[in-house]
Write a protein that binds this ligand. Structure first.
Ligand code: ADP
Length: 492
């Protein structure tokens, strides 16, 4: 596939953009510098995208800053109408957006369509929430003064996003920001800029004014300079980042001198606990859902399976059977359930974790190696006889490997589940109402799935505790992130 072929796959070829978007204009880099984007399923070049730097990042901030007063002045209803239009265009172009995503990210087409709908749901939700921003009038402690609290847009915002959800991680930040009356600069992941650019083209068509939404594309190296420019600018009031914990820490430090508000959604390392009273079929289904979605490359993917010793062997056997039945391949092909990993270093990480586990005594029940298709494909893998000291139990895998450990009692498994600096998502299966409350309260995680392996939607507060991040996205909480409080005290 060459760079023209992707355009030809689309019903609306003009959604295929390779330039960045600043102040309402599609722009190239100086001297047309670009970086290559590859299809992880085939290794083929699919696009050469503008490789911008700090100078263009400054221009994007300037554009967002200039657009802020008029955008903030619009009524919430006017902003809501524009967001609603954007939502409708995203849904109308769902097949094209999903094709672009499958080709640059690798997830199967059906799953990509699911992400388009999930991503669009944030735009729809925040279009509605825009109209529900409400201040307060506390009772005054003075007889001669009255008090009021206003909620106002925080200002120019920055969104730095990852490749695993190329659309949803942008809409989850952009739509509440825009709903609140903020303007925005987006820096999408270098692996998946095309979904982001198509999304911004649809925002333009929806009538979102020039400068309100800007997007800076850059390769891995230049992302560092772009990130510095965005985080250090005094004109930027808020950074929302989704990605790895080390990069999150760096960006937080870069935001410190200008005391920006930061929202961070960082790494996960989710435990998945199956108690002895669980419905085993449901638990296996939940385990497959939460483990293999996006080839295990989600921050809420189950990473450590703890199964009560009475169910352990049966769970391992059924999980292995279900895993071996997953069809792996190019996500554009019919019936594929698991695509490739995103890049070579992701594949190496999975291989290292499996090799380390085997070296320390783990048994491979199914999978355990690169898929015969070659390239970036890895087999759905189940490991048993896993020990807490193994890498696979200590670090996020971000790949299709299920490591299973037996446990004897509730206290021990809760302690093991909590023994990490990470606190994003956890899952458990039980039918005992007392245990459900006890365990849910004791798990040190921002999100807990109980008798389900799928928890994300636009209404829920998505986010983690400990070193998994700060702030929440989605629901009414997601909008608060982009609002400042202003207290007015009025003398009578
Ligand atoms: P991953 O390892 O999954 O790619 P990262 O945290 O490295 O996750 O990347 C998430 C996002 O952060 C991407 O958009 C990437 O370009 C960006 N990024 C990575 N390093 C930096 C950095 N030092 N400064 C700014 N942005 C960065």
């Amino acid at each position: 596939m060459n760079t023209e072929v992707l355009g030809k796959l689309l019903s609306e070829p003009h959604l295929f953009k390779q330039q960045a978007f600043i102040a309402g204009k599609w722009i190239s880099a100086n001297n047309d510098q670009s970086f290559a984007v590859h299809n992880p399923a085939t290794g083929q070049l699919i696009a050469n995208v503008a490789n911008l730097g700090a100078k263009e990042a400054e221009a994007a901030i300037q554009a967002a800053h200039s657009a802020l007063p008029a955008w903030r002045r619009k009524t919430a209803k006017e902003r809501a109408h524009l967001l609603r239009k954007w939502f409708e265009l995203i849904m109308a172009h769902g097949d094209d957006l999903a094709r672009i995503m499958t080709v640059e990210q690798g997830k199967p087409f059906a799953e990509a369509k699911g992400e388009v709908a999930y991503g669009a749901s944030f735009v729809e939700w925040f279009a509605e929430e825009a109209k529900r921003v409400t201040g307060a009038i506390p009772s005054s402690t003075w007889t001669d003064k009255r008090m009021m609290v206003l909620k106002q847009a925080i200002g120019v915002c920055v969104a730095i996003t990852p490749w695993n959800f190329p659309i949803a991680m942008i809409t989850r930040k952009a739509s509440p920001a825009l709903a609140a009356g903020c303007t925005l600069v987006i820096k999408p992941a270098e692996q998946t800029p095309l979904s982001a650019l198509a999304l911004v083209e649809l925002a333009r068509r929806a009538g979102i004014p020039d400068g309100v939404i800007n997007i800076i594309t850059a390769d891995r190296d230049r992302s560092i300079a772009v990130g510095k420019a965005l985080c250090s600018s005094p004109q930027v009031s808020h950074l929302s980042f989704t990605g790895s914990t080390p990069v999150g820490r760096t960006l937080m430090q870069q935001c410190a001198p200008t005391v920006k508000k930061v929202a961070l959604e960082l790494g996960g390392h989710a435990p998945f606990i199956v108690f002895e009273d669980a419905d085993l079929d449901a638990a296996v289904q939940g385990a497959v859902d939460s483990k293999y979605r996006n080839a295990g490359q989600t921050c809420v993917s189950s990473n450590r399976f703890y199964v009560h010793e009475s169910l352990h062997d049966a769970f391992v056997e059924r999980m292995a059977r279900a895993s071996a039945a997953i069809s792996v391949g190019n996500g554009l092909d019919e019936g594929i359930v698991q695509g490739p990993l995103i890049e070579a270093r992701a594949l190496q990480k999975v291989e290292e974790q499996v090799a380390d586990a085997v070296k320390h005594g783990a048994r491979i029940i199914t999978g355990g190696k690169r898929h015969p298709l070659g390239g970036l494909f890895y087999e759905p893998t189940v490991l048993a006889n896993v020990k807490p000291a193994m890498l696979v139990m200590r670090e996020e895998t971000f790949g299709p490997v299920a490591a299973i450990v037996p446990f004897k009692n509730d206290d021990a498994v809760i302690a093991a589940a909590n023994e990490t600096e990470i606190g994003l998502a956890a899952y458990f299966y039980s039918r005992d109402i007392g245990r459900i409350w006890r365990v849910a309260e004791q798990l040190e995680y921002g999100m807990v799935g109980i008798n389900t392996g799928l928890i994300s939607n636009e209404v829920a507060p998505f986010g983690g505790i400990k070193q998994s991040g700060l702030g929440r996205e989605g629901g009414s909480w997601g909008l608060e992130e982009y609002l400042e409080m202003k207290y007015l005290c009025v003398g009578l």
